[in-house]
Design a protein around this ligand. Structure first.
Ligand SMILES: Nc1ncnc2c1ncn2[C@@H]1O[C@H](COP(=O)(O)OP(=O)(O)O)[C@@H](O)[C@H]1O
Ligand SMILES: [Mg+2]
Length: 361
C-alpha cells in the first residue's frame, strides 16, 4: 500500500510533477505530429529540454544536436544509450525525456552488480504463487514489463554495472518487443510508445561491457562535459538556484564570481592544466564533475544562509572544494597542496579564497 503525500511537501518532486505546467502548455500548443504513444512531438520534447527563452525553462544545457539525436532515436525501434563520464546529466536527461514523452519518469531499474533478471522481467508474490499457483495476480511485473504494457519509456540506470546475463534479458525485449511468460503460457507484447533509455558510465567501461548483440539494439549518444567555463558556470548557477528554491533556503546573494571560481578550480584540476594553458598540474583521483560543483555551491549557500551574513563567501565553498578534491587522503592531499601553493596563491584576486583553503587543511 502506498501513502500519498501532497506534491508540495515531497522532498523531490518528479520531473513531470515539477514541470507539469510547462508540459501542459507544450501539449496544448504542439501542432506537430506525435509518434504513437507519445504525449508530445519530438520537436516539443526538444523545446521542453532546451527551453524556448520564454515560458519553457532549459533543463539540459548543451548542444541542440545531441538532444535531437536522443529524441529522434526514441521514435525509432532502437533504444537509447546515454554514455558519459559521471555528472554529465545522463540520469537527469533520461528523467526529463521520460517525463516529456511518456508523462511518467518512474519506470526505473537501477543497475548494480546485484541486479537480477526479475528486475527486468518479472517476479512472483510467493505467498500467492504457493497458495494459488501461477496467475496474473501472483505476477509482480518489473518496471520494464509495465512500460511495455502501458506503451511508455522504461529507464535502466547504469546498464553496464549489471551482470552480462542480466543485461541480455533485454535482447528479446528490444528485438521482439515481447516478453514471454512461460509459467502462464502467455506473452506480454509492447504497446506503441514503449522504448528504453539506458545510461552507462564511461568509467565503468570494461566492467561488464555490453554484448555486441545488445549493443546493436541501442543508439549511443555521448554526453560531453561542458565545453567552456561560461557554459559550466551557467549550468551550476541555474541548478543551484533551482535547488535553493526547492530546499527553501533563505535568500543568499550569489555572486557569479564565487561560482566561477569553483568551476575554474574543478576544470583546471580535471584537465591537468591551468585555464591560461601555461602551468601543468596533477589531477586528483576523484571525478570533479559539474554535479560536484553544484553540490559544493549548494552547501556553501546553506552555510552562508544559516551561519554567515547572507552572502556567499570564499570560506563557504573552501571546505566543500577541499572535501571534493581530497578523496584519497594521501595522494590527493599532495596534489591539492601543490595546486594551492603554485596556482591559487599567485592569483591576486583569489587572496581570500587562498586563505580560506589554508584554514581548512
Ligand atoms: N549539461 C547540463 N545541463 C543541465 N544540468 C546539468 C548538466 N550537466 C550536469 N548537470 C547537473 O548535474 C547533476 C548531476 O547529473 P546526473 O544526471 O546525476 O549525472 P550522471 O547521471 O551523468 O552522473 C544534475 O543535477 C544536473 O542537473
Ligand atoms: Mg547517473
Amino acid at each position: 500500500m502506498t501513502t500519498t503525500i501532497p506534491t508540495a511537501s515531497v522532498l523531490r518532486p518528479r520531473a513531470e510533477e515539477q514541470y507539469a505546467e510547462e508540459l501542459a502548455y507544450l501539449a496544448e500548443t504542439d501542432d506537430r505530429p506525435r509518434p504513437p504513444g507519445w504525449r508530445l512531438s519530438p520537436w516539443a520534447v526538444t523545446t521542453y529540454l532546451l527551453g524556448d527563452g520564454d515560458r519553457i525553462t532549459p533543463k539540459y544545457i548543451g548542444p541542440r544536436r545531441i538532444v535531437e539525436v536522443a529524441v529522434a532515436t526514441l521514435a525509432t525501434d532502437r533504444a537509447l544509450l546515454l554514455l558519459g563520464v559521471p555528472g554529465t546529466a545522463k540520469t537527469w536527461l533520461s528523467e526529463h525525456l521520460a517525463a516529456a514523452i511518456s508523462g511518467d519518469s518512474t519506470l526505473l531499474v537501477q543497475g548494480t552488480a546485484g541486479t537480477t533478471e526479475e528486475a527486468i522481467r518479472y517476479g512472483w508474490n510467493y505467498a500467492r504463487l504457493i497458495a494459488e499457483g501461477p496467475s496474473r495476480e501472483a505476477l509482480v511485473p518489473s518496471p520494464v514489463l509495465r512500460a511495455m504494457a502501458e506503451g511508455r519509456l522504461a529507464r535502466v540506470e547504469e546498464l553496464t554495472r549489471m551482470p552480462s546475463d542480466v543485461q541480455d534479458a533485454l535482447i528479446t525485449i528490444l528485438s521482439e518487443k515481447t516478453l514471454p511468460i512461460p509459467e502462464l503460457g502467455e506473452e506480454v507484447r509492447a504497446a506503441k510508445g514503449f522504448n528504453i533509455i539506458a545510461t552507462a558510465n564511461d568509467r565503468d567501461r570494461g566492467v561488464n561491457d555490453l554484448s555486441s548483440a545488445l549493443r546493436r539494439r541501442f543508439n549511443t549518444v555521448v554526453l560531453p562535459v561542458p565545453a567552456t567555463v561560461e557554459e559550466e558556470v551557467e549550468i551550476v548557477a541555474r541548478r543551484v538556484a533551482q535547488l535553493g528554491r526547492a530546499l527553501e533556503l533563505p535568500e543568499v546573494s550569489t555572486g557569479l564570481e564565487e561560482i566561477r571560481r569553483v568551476v575554474t578550480v574543478f576544470r583546471e584540476l580535471r584537465s591537468g592544466v591551468t585555464a591560461d594553458g601555461r602551468t601543468k598540474i596533477k589531477s586528483p583521483s576523484g571525478t570533479l564533475s559539474t554535479a560536484e560543483a553544484i553540490s559544493v555551491v549548494t552547501n556553501g549557500l546553506a552555510l552562508a544562509a544559516h551561519f554567515g551574513d547572507g552572502v556567499l563567501r570564499p570560506a563557504d565553498v573552501a571546505g566543500g572544494i577541499v572535501g571534493a578534491v581530497i578523496q584519497d587522503p594521501v595522494s590527493d592531499r599532495v596534489v591539492w597542496q601543490e595546486y594551492l601553493e603554485t596556482v591559487v596563491r599567485d592569483r591576486a584576486d583569489w587572496r581570500d579564497f587562498y586563505r580560506a583553503c589554508r584554514d581548512v587543511c
